[in-house]
Design a protein around this ligand. Structure first.
Ligand SMILES: [Zn+2]
Length: 200
């Protein structure tokens, strides 16, 4: 459930970030376009000024300004073209990211539906198991029932221990031979060391 939610949140974030990135890129292009416009205006002014100049050093300086401004304009045009190409590519990625997110939402809905069905069947199993347990408890002798109740209260799920190859599975103590014989004959035997009800 957690993994599904994380994946979905990441997909949503990817779409949001891609859109925000695009907005930033478009703003950057507008900025470049403003600079290009300013440089173009400057070029026009330089060229008008050049017409009014006669002194060779002033003409040379102005021609130098014009060359510089043209270089700046060429560079800005390159940057704008690159930025526009990137915007195109990033714009194309958005539908794919949105599709992944939409698919993720569908998958999550399916997962939730399946989990609900699974939970329902587990609850049915639990109800059946609880009923079976109640029947078994009812069929136990009173002594065994009260012992079991006491042990479950004390140790919960660890109330019972398996006497496997003569050793208590809870505390790993070697059990006396007589205890194993009694256990095998059907008597109620608790481990002397840890107090768990033993079963063979
Ligand atoms: Zn034990």
């Amino acid at each position: 459930m957690k993994a599904h939610q994380t994946k979905l949140a990441n997909q949503e974030k990817a779409v949001k970030e891609a859109k925000e990135d695009l907005i930033k890129r478009k703003a950057a292009v507008r900025d470049l376009e403003n600079r290009l416009r300013a440089s173009s205006d400057l070029l026009v002014r330089h060229q008008q000024q050049l017409d009014t100049l006669t002194a060779p050093n002033q003409v040379e300086a102005k021609e130098h300004d014009i060359a510089n401004t043209k270089a700046i304009i060429a560079q800005l045009e390159d940057e704008i073209l690159t930025a526009l190409t990137e915007i195109d590519e990033h714009t194309k990625q958005i539908p794919e990211l949105e599709k992944q997110w939409a698919d993720g939402q569908t998958q999550f809905a399916t997962y939730q539906k399946e989990a609900a069905i699974r939970l329902e069947s587990l609850q049915v199993e639990l109800t059946q198991a609880t009923q079976s347990l109640a029947q078994i408890e009812a069929s136990l002798p009173a002594e065994a029932r009260s012992l079991l109740t006491r042990l479950v209260k004390a140790y919960g799920a660890d109330a019972l221990a398996h006497a496997e190859k003569g050793v208590c599975s809870q505390c790993h103590t070697q059990l006396p031979q007589q205890m194993i014989l009694d256990l095998n004959s059907g008597k109620l035997i608790c481990c002397h060391s840890c107090g768990r009800l033993l079963y063979a």
